[in-house]
Design a protein around this ligand. Structure first.
Ligand SMILES: *[C@@H]1O[C@H](CO)[C@@H](O)[C@H](O)[C@H]1NC(C)=O
Ligand SMILES: *[C@@H]1O[C@H](CO)[C@@H](O)[C@H](O)[C@H]1NC(C)=O
Ligand SMILES: *[C@@H]1O[C@H](CO)[C@@H](O)[C@H](O)[C@H]1NC(C)=O
Ligand SMILES: *[C@@H]1O[C@H](CO)[C@@H](O)[C@H](O)[C@H]1NC(C)=O
Ligand SMILES: *[C@@H]1O[C@H](CO)[C@@H](O)[C@H](O)[C@H]1NC(C)=O
Length: 172
């Protein structure tokens, strides 16, 4: 009996801890060009795609594209502007046409495609910021747990808390 009570106590404490760190957990994986067109391609304007977004340290970019044509090269600002793919800082191309790039440093990032597609618009600049501070608890606004935080879906973290509960209940 006492053991079960202790375990429940630990579970509650862990859940509360998870709830407190929730904003940090809620990293976002952006599919490049989602809502604009066909992922990473030409003929789109990725400046328009980034306009209503904030990219935070810990987020990811997911490039989906025709692997026989495009590539994902991280370059510096000069080579981004001029579409020069001769001096990539990082070649993120892995060959499957589905590359994930971690935005794990607070700085601007510049990406272009090789093979001339940059000139057709396959170029992306994102400014990575520090995550905003956790929201201040406001009693008036308490309500739905499946809430949005600065437009970032926090549901994954909610699921994580749920999974933890599950694990503890099973253990008990
Ligand atoms: C994309 O649109 C922005 C304005 O939103 C403009 O400044 C920029 O030149 C455009 N880029 C291309 C490649 O058309
Ligand atoms: C980008 O946005 C600008 C300004 O809103 C618009 O004129 C332009 O047509 C857009 N470009 C694309 C490719 O959607
Ligand atoms: C980018 O790299 C090129 C060499 O590939 C260099 O000439 C240029 O000065 C660099 N630009 C910046 C902004 O670092
Ligand atoms: C980038 O890597 C891919 C896959 O390894 C390779 O095919 C391609 O030539 C590389 N591009 C550059 C510019 O280094
Ligand atoms: C960022 O991610 C890259 C690729 O996974 C890794 O090589 C690099 O060490 C990471 N940098 C930091 C500051 O975590």
């Amino acid at each position: 009996m006492g053991r079960v009570a202790t375990l429940v106590g630990v579970a509650v404490a862990l859940s509360l801890t998870a709830a407190l760190v929730l904003p940090e957990v809620a990293a976002v994986r952006y599919m490049v060009g989602a809502g604009l067109g066909n992922g990473w391609t030409q003929g789109l304007n990725y400046t328009n795609w980034t306009r209503d977004k904030h990219f935070y340290n810990g987020d990811w970019l997911f490039f989906v594209y025709d692997r026989n044509q495009l590539s994902v090269l991280e370059v510096n600002e000069t080579n981004y502007e001029s579409c020069n793919s001769d001096h990539p800082l990082v070649n993120w191309t892995r060959g499957a046409g589905r590359d994930v790039v971690p935005l794990n440093v607070t700085r601007p990032y510049y990406f272009i495609s090789g093979n001339g597609f940059c000139f057709g618009g396959a170029k992306l600049a994102v400014k990575v910021e520090n995550p905003p501070p956790p929201p201040v608890a406001s009693p008036e606004k308490s309500g739905s747990p499946a809430s949005f935080y600065h437009g970032r879906v926090v549901l994954p973290a909610v699921f994580a808390v749920g999974a933890m509960w599950d694990a503890f209940l099973r253990f008990c």
